[in-house]
Design a protein around this ligand. Structure first.
Ligand code: UD1
Length: 434
């Protein structure tokens, strides 16, 4: 299979409008939750990204009927599911695969699902998921690279999460909504996509209250029914474009967002001198002068998202003064910093902290995406840099950003996706951008 890379000629300021797609991490939960109903479920605003395609293939593989109504709408019917074993090679590479355990366990009281993959950003244990399933009455073991969960009966329980895990919260919520009686999840994650998955389950007849607060209360139901649902906009895609404009400079209207979900990002941008105007369902980012330093600590929602940390570190590396970025969620999330240094950034890493001395500008270089969000950060760096940058391993980026290069071109960025093995395409790009 051909490998692709992005070629970028930096230095253009960005202008115009960009429209944000549906939230990838909500979509992963919602697509899986949809198989719990025995009637068709129509889901709109699904992002057109690789992780979603892998998950749709996986549910089709166990008998769900999946109809693509258009690029962002899909109809799923879980009535004919005939298998609870999910073990394709592709599914091992994505994180959202673990939701199949909660959904299948809730509906069929058994599941055998390949252990989740996802970005290599830390050890990413799943002990909280397992604890939750066990407290609902399931027996859970891990063998031959799979999670094996089964129960005679699931019974609601009072579950306290040791850390507010996004995945564990959604997984337990799914299993509990078809358990007998009442479940309370204490210390749950509160990310917008937790609320979105809960709203979706409720639209299918589940009884979930309190998603987005410190305790989620679920009363189990016997069955779920069909529904029509539209996924919320992607907070991280929106944030990535906000920081892209802040780094490259310009004036861009970012449409189809929920400004409330972007508050931690907007607050940091405003703090360092970037203008952000909020409207009902869009934000406008204007950067016409050099920005200044800030200290940032990643935290569970509503704190600053770990999925925006690489993009923020990149921006601060171009801002005046000394910034400190502390990563508290995942232990290995500074992999991209070596490549940023090659572009001229002055960053020192000590443990989970980046000490950043802002430089006036970056210079283009050959870099490689180590994971999804760090890949996006390197694209931002390339757009802000003088000269040409190539970013390879972009399959990581395509897992979570739909038509990334098209959207960037739409606001004036010079970027092209080319076959990494084809030197003629590289030469053509160089000639075209001058
Ligand atoms: C999800 C997102 C990911 C995002 C992350 C944090 C998806 C598919 N992925 O990942 O993009 O970066 O939330 O916002 O939605 N933990 C445990 N035990 C567990 C589960 C988690 O100790 O059983 C720890 C993790 O190591 C990490 C923290 O809890 O330090 C948060 O992880 P979690 O919220 O579960 O992240 P994911 O669901 O993997």
């Amino acid at each position: 299979m051909a490998a692709y890379k992005y070629m970028i000629r930096g230095g253009n300021t960005l202008s115009g409008e960009v429209t944000i797609g549906g939230a990838k991490n909500a979509a992963l939960g919602i697509i899986v939750a949809a198989i719990m109903a025995n009637e068709p479920v129509t889901i709109e605003n699904i992002p057109d990204v690789d992780d979603v395609r892998v998950l749709l293939d996986a549910i089709e593989g166990i008998g769900a009927i999946v109809e693509r109504l258009d690029r962002t709408t899909v109809r799923i019917n879980g009535a004919l599911i005939n298998d609870v074993i999910v073990d394709q090679e592709a599914i091992r590479k994505i994180r959202g695969s673990y939701y199949l355990v909660g959904a299948l366990l809730g509906k069929y009281k058994k599941a055998l699902v390949a252990l989740p993959g996802g970005c290599n950003i830390g050890s990413r244990p799943i002990d909280q998921h397992i604890k939750g399933f066990e407290q609902l009455g399931a027996r859970v073991s891990i063998h031959h690279g799979k999670i094996d969960a089964k129960a005679e009966n699931l019974r609601g329980n009072h579950i306290y999460l040791d850390c507010p895990s996004v995945g564990a919260t959604i997984n337990i919520m799914m299993a509990a909504c078809m358990a007998e009686g009442k479940t309370i999840i204490e210390n749950p994650a509160k990310e917008p996509h937790i609320v979105d998955v809960a709203n979706f389950l409720n639209s299918m007849g589940a009884n979930i209250r309190g998603a987005g607060t410190d305790a989620i209360r679920i009363r189990g139901v016997n069955s779920l029914h069909g529904s029509e649902y539209s996924i919320i906009p992607d907070q991280i895609e929106a944030g990535t474009f906000m920081l892209m404009v802040a780094a490259a400079g310009g004036d861009v209207l970012i449409r189809n967002v929920i400004p409330k979900h972007l508050e931690s990002i907007t607050a940091k941008l405003t703090e360092i001198g970037c203008r952000v105007d909020e409207y009902d369902d869009s934000v406008r980012v204007i950067r016409d002068k050099r920005l200044s330093y800030a200290n940032v600590k990643t935290m569970p929602y509503p704190g600053f998202p770990t999925d925006m940390q690489p993009q923020m570190t990149t921006l601060l590396a171009l801002s005046a003064g000394t910034s400190i970025v502390t990563e508290t969620i995942f232990e290995s999330r500074f992999e991209y910093v070596g490549d940023l240094r090659g572009m001229g950034a002055n960053i020192t890493i000590e443990g989970n902290t980046a000490f950043i001395t802002g430089v006036e500008g970056f210079t283009g270089a050959e870099v490689s995406a180590p994971d999804l969000r760090a890949g996006a950060a390197l694209v931002i760096a390339g757009l802000a840099a003088e000269g040409i940058t190539s970013v390879d391993q972009i399959h990581f980026i395509e897992r979570g950003y739909e038509r990334f290069e098209d959207k960037i071109r739409g606001i004036g960025g010079l970027i092209e996706k080319i076959n990494a093995d084809d030197d003629r395409q590289v030469r053509k790009f160089r000639m075209k951008v001058g």
